[in-house]
Design a protein around this ligand. Structure first.
Ligand SMILES: [Zn+2]
Length: 317
């Protein structure tokens, strides 16, 4: 079972990007694609963390849980019996997986902590620049005087004493949107589209995915899945936030207009052409993303187990 999980991690790590690009139409369903990339990354790291534990607790016996005909063969695969897997090989495999799993968790935790500190510091540095504070959809908006139309999401940023922040910290779940006063020139619908886009980043906690993917890339760049995930996740987060904003009152036209004013790449604007007019439900997006994230690993693990069981059946027969 532990070996099956490591094989699944190898398959997902190597073939994950190709699978995700073919399985999900990112332009039509960026939210599903984003969820699938995030989920696949989580599955990959989880396999690295859990597989050594499983191998340590129950080395390879899980291959043949109930099949008495292949028990002898499964025993042969058990390093404890001195069979086909020398203990040293198992030791190296477990050690590599442990180091990889611990590194993955450590770099993500460190990167998130750095990001939180820098968001707090940035929020403090904005203190004297905030012209006005209001709320959009329950999320705090800080208006900064600037002639350039810009907006960005500032996750967390619940430091006390800042404009619009109560004594008990943030009254704005997820964080704050920082927007320049130049956005007022865009008109009501486009301005609202820009704010909705940033609110979608905060509500979707996109910063967690973007920061984690970037951190994992620094350690796991030889793994195709994590080498590609950072770029894919940050692009998909933008497309998903655009898509969410397009469900607002101004529709896709307002988002396209706002993106044009803010100088977004033409390709990103073009993607929005497939958004139908008017609000609609999110549908089974989360379930679909989960299926795409879990199925390659599950199929790989099952295939590896079936392969060994088949081989053992042949050997035992
Ligand atoms: Zn954005």
């Amino acid at each position: 079972m532990g070996i099956g999980m490591l094989l699944a991690a190898l398959v997902v790590g190597a073939a994950g990007p190709a699978y995700l690009r073919r399985a999900v139409d990112a332009a039509a369903r960026p939210g599903v694609a984003l969820g699938a990339w995030i989920g696949t990354g989580v599955v990959f790291v989880s396999l690295l963390v859990v597989a050594p534990v499983v191998m340590h607790v129950q080395p390879l016996r899980g291959f043949a849980p109930a099949a008495t005909a292949v028990t002898a063969c499964a025993t042969m695969f058990d390093p404890a019996t001195g069979g086909v897997w020398p203990a040293a090989v198992r030791g190296v495999v477990v050690a590599v997986a442990v180091v990889a799993g611990v590194s993955a968790v450590a770099v993500v935790v460190a990167a998130m902590s750095r990001a939180r500190r820098s968001a707090r510091a940035h929020a403090r540095s904005l203190r004297s620049l905030v012209e006005a504070t209001d709320h959009a959809d329950g999320v705090r908006v800080w208006w900064i005087a600037d002639d350039e139309p810009v907006a960005y999401a500032l996750p967390g940023a619940s430091a006390r004493g800042l404009p619009g922040v109560g004594r008990r910290g943030s009254a704005s779940p997820g964080g704050t949107v920082v927007a320049s006063t130049a956005l007022w020139d865009l008109g009501e619908e486009r301005r609202r589209a820009v704010l909705d886009h940033e609110i979608a980043h905060l509500r979707g906690r996109h910063h967690v995915a973007v920061t984690s993917a970037a951190a994992l890339r620094t350690v796991f760049s030889p793994v195709p899945l994590l080498r590609r995930a950072a770029a894919e996740v940050s692009v998909l987060a933008e497309l998903a936030a655009d898509r969410r904003a397009a469900l607002g009152a101004g529709g896709a036209a307002a988002v396209r207009g706002a993106l044009g004013e803010l100088g977004a790449p033409a390709g990103r604007v073009a993607v929005l052409s497939s958004v139908p007019a008017g609000p609609r439900g999110t549908g089974p997006g989360l379930a679909l993303a989960l299926v795409h994230a879990v199925s390659p690993a599950a199929v790989s693990a099952a295939a590896a187990t079936t392969l060994v069981l088949g081989m053992c059946s042949a050997l035992a027969g």
